[in-house]
Design a protein around this ligand. Structure first.
Ligand code: SF4
Ligand code: SF4
Length: 179
């Protein structure tokens, strides 16, 4: 694949500063609602704050890529003496858990860095976090050119994986007929 120069956007996470307030989840859900801010259900957020109050664990995880297959094994991590459960650090939307899935449809959710027109100065979750846990970083890098896959295509792939491509096409054809 060809290499191209690209502005790579990322968010640095200083998890030690997180107090689990979950304002980032609410802001993300509201920004991505249609119409914008009409609903702020954290279950629709593309960021999830993992919290174990008794273990003093709070840290945000961003929704990454959709994967049609769940892991066959599980990893666990001990960091600074705190043990993190199987899937805590995983960013995938996968078939084996509910995290990073739209609660009504089950369609995968993915952090899109709050891409919008006009663009925001920084993503919503970064702006709302008063504890400075999240820092927005932009830098130019040489990266491999990748296919630009839209949320709609990811959603359709997920539906095809769940129900089968024939059923999906049959349903779309029926909808077209009704319109
Ligand atoms: S808004 Fe900041 S402090 Fe609150 S849960 Fe999110 S990352 Fe943590
Ligand atoms: S960058 Fe935007 S889309 Fe990603 S988690 Fe933060 S608010 Fe949500």
């Amino acid at each position: 694949m060809a290499k191209i120069k690209k502005i790579v956007k990322s968010i640095k996470i200083d998890a030690d500063k997180c107090n689990g307030c979950r304002a980032c989840e609410v802001a993300c859900a509201g920004f991505h609602a249609t119409p914008k801010y009409s609903i702020c259900n954290p279950a629709r957020a593309r960021i999830k704050v993992v919290t174990y109050r008794r273990k003093d664990i709070w840290f945000p995880v961003f929704a990454g890529e959709y994967t049609p297959a769940g892991c066959v094994g599980r990893d666990s991590y001990i960091i600074d003496g705190k043990e993190y459960a199987d899937c805590d650090l995983c960013r995938a939307s996968c078939p084996t858990r509910d995290r990073f899935k739209e609660p009504d449809s089950g369609l995968p959710l993915r952090c899109d860095m709050c891409e919008s027109d006009p663009p925001l100065p920084e993503p919503m979750c970064v702006s709302i976090c008063i504890n400075n846990v999240l820092t927005y970083v932009e830098k130019e890098e040489e990266v491999e050119e990748e296919e630009n896959v839209s949320d709609m295509e990811i959603g359709l792939r997920a539906l095809a994986n769940t129900h089968g491509m024939d059923k999906l096409l049959e349903t779309v054809a029926r909808m077209i007929e009704k319109d």
